[in-house]
Design a protein. Structure first.
Ligand code: NCD
Length: 323
């Protein structure tokens, strides 16, 4: 089964995934060779057209721990045949000829991973498609909230940063809609607020939400603070005149960086949060959570990244069992 959008998740499916994740984690601590024998002789291909550290390496490390072989093209936009004008459909069809068991694909254009999945003979996992979705990140984010707070039901999740271009916040919003009595506050400047399609999705699924441009107002209220960076690679006009694009981007960035300052989580904002709240971030961060927060008991973003590998092992396990 492909994983292309958080819209395909079910609550039961998520609960099963969380259980499998816990089991794989425990099995690995007990007997790593047993875990490594699970998928010996199987192979995964990582096809990444955009930069990645956590997503690619956690998928790779997870696959290795399950005994799989991995082939990676980590800068496919520049170093694969895409640079020669090959379509994603052709690339995927060629890769399938090598008989992998799984394809993990990240692309710079929204919808491209789904195009590749149409022609794939093996499961395709969307590792991020432009400003579209990042469904496996949402799974590890939801797992982290579940693990840290015991349950997602009833939680107040404050999402901050560049919500307009950030695919992780988009996929997480859809995933949170599977739980009861969740309230979401979108904290951003007006230019970077969450897009209407997600707000409509939440309305259609009965999820209450509001928005603010002031972190101060909600600091004491949230259970989870899910922070994101400026996605300036997705800003500005379409690339017709490169110089115009560069200037427009600079102008936008200067304006937005200034306004974005009010959304920074520093030590005093972190201390104004409830003692049992948690601060998450898909990472990389670029100053929107100050490093002085790292030692705060609420800071969970590094543990969240670590969770990503175990969750992705469970995702691989389920994907390979379903074929
Ligand atoms: C995110 C992504 O690529 O969308 N990173 C990640 O996968 N952990 C977030 C980002 O790039 O800001």
């Amino acid at each position: 089964m492909h994983i292309l959008s958080a819209e395909q998740f079910t609550r039961g499916g998520l609960e099963e995934l969380f259980e499998t994740t816990e089991k794989i984690r425990a099995d690995y601590q007990q007997d790593r060779l047993m875990v490594a024998s699970r998928y010996a002789g199987r192979q995964a291909i990582m096809l990444f057209y955009e930069p990645s550290t956590r997503t690619r390496v956690s998928f790779e490390m997870g696959a290795y721990k399950l005994g799989m072989g991995v082939s990676s093209t980590e800068n496919a936009r520049e170093f694969s045949s895409a640079a020669k004008g090959e379509t994603i459909e052709d690339t995927v069809q060629v890769l399938c000829e090598y008989e992998p068991d799984l394809l993990v694909v990240r692309h710079n254009e929204k919808g491209s991973v789904s195009k590749g999945a149409v022609v794939s003979t093996v499961p395709v996992l969307n590792a991020g498609d432009g400003a579209g979705e990042h469904p496996t990140q949402a799974l590890l984010d939801a797992y982290t909230i579940h693990r840290e707070h015991g349950s997602i039901d009833g939680r107040h999740i404050v999402m901050g940063g560049d919500l307009k271009h950030g695919r992780t916040a988009r996929s997480l919003s859809k995933t949170l809609a599977l739980f009861s009595n969740v309230h979401i506050t979108f904290a951003s400047i007006p230019e970077l607020q969450m897009e209407n399609d997600i707000k409509q999705y939440l309305d259609a699924h009965g999820v209450s939400w509001d928005e603010t441009d002031s972190l101060d107002r909600v600091a004491a209220e949230g259970d989870v603070f899910y922070w994101t960076r400026l996605q300036d690679e997705r800003f500005g006009p379409k690339p017709e005149d490169p110089e115009e694009v560069r200037q427009e981007k600079q102008r936008l960035l200067a304006h937005i960086t200034l306004a974005f300052d009010d959304l920074t989580i520093d030590g005093s904002i972190a201390n104004a949060m409830q003692g049992d709240s948690s601060i998450l971030h898909p990472l990389p961060r670029r100053g929107e959570i100050k490093s002085e927060v790292d030692g705060n008991s609420r800071a969970k973003y590094f543990a969240q990244a670590g969770n990503g590998m175990w969750v992705r092992m469970a995702i691989i396990d389920q994907s390979l069992q379903s074929v």
